[in-house]
Design a binder for this molecule. Structure first.
Ligand code: ZN
Length: 200
């Protein structure tokens, strides 16, 4: 197939196509949009990417991604030092922060235990979680992990590890999503919803 553009713009399209959520078609459309809005969008985006590339680091306390270490969340004095929310991935942390559901601190594991993918406890930030808990200021650990087999295996493993400490370990409720219709839910979700029912 004959190239429509030169190799430079083709390269931009190919790189954009590797972004999650963008396929080759959307990448082509995005690239064309960027090129058309060269000053208003392409230039600021290129600058933002350059800064991100130079300055982004992983917080050595919680594992969040930021341009400062400790990260913005770890450095915020208004947050609750007695609560740690454990998540698998930075994306989960950002999702919880967007929803503003907790004022606690976070801990990013960097994945979940998986026999299939060969991910063991040493591959996750579990040791550093224990170190944070050993300081004695933590009263509650919320395990905000996915409701998948691997997510729940990881939650169970960490719960066992923390059983020697005097703190409350909680996990997210499983059940009917907000706005969800019972008729459409799978059996596993319905079972969990009944099991974790609450008094009204
Ligand atoms: Zn942090």
């Amino acid at each position: 197939m004959a190239a429509v553009t030169g190799p430079e713009i083709e390269r931009l399209i190919q790189l954009l196509a590797r972004v999650p959520g963008l396929g080759p078609r959307s990448a082509r459309r995005a690239a064309l949009h960027l090129v058309k809005k060269r000053e208003a969008l392409l230039k600021p985006l290129a600058d933002a990417m350059q800064i991100a590339h130079e300055r982004i680091i992983t917080c050595t306390t919680c594992g969040n991604i930021d341009t400062q270490n400790p990260c913005t969340l770890c450095g915020d004095p208004r947050r609750d030092d007695s609560l740690i929310v454990v998540v698998a991935d930075v994306a989960d942390l950002w999702a919880l922060e967007r929803a503003q559901v907790t004022t606690g601190r976070y801990h990013v594991l960097g994945g979940v235990l998986s026999a299939l993918d060969g991910v063991g406890p040493k591959d996750l930030a579990i040791e550093s979680l224990i170190q944070r808990i050993a300081t004695g200021t933590i009263r509650e650990v919320i395990l905000a992990l996915n409701a998948t087999v691997d997510g729940q295996t990881t939650a169970h493993y960490i719960t066992e590890l923390l059983s020697t400490y005097t703190l409350t370990v909680t996990r997210l409720a499983h059940g009917v999503p907000v706005g969800g219709e019972l008729d459409y839910l799978d059996e596993g979700t319905l079972h969990a919803a009944i099991r974790q029912r609450t008094a009204v």
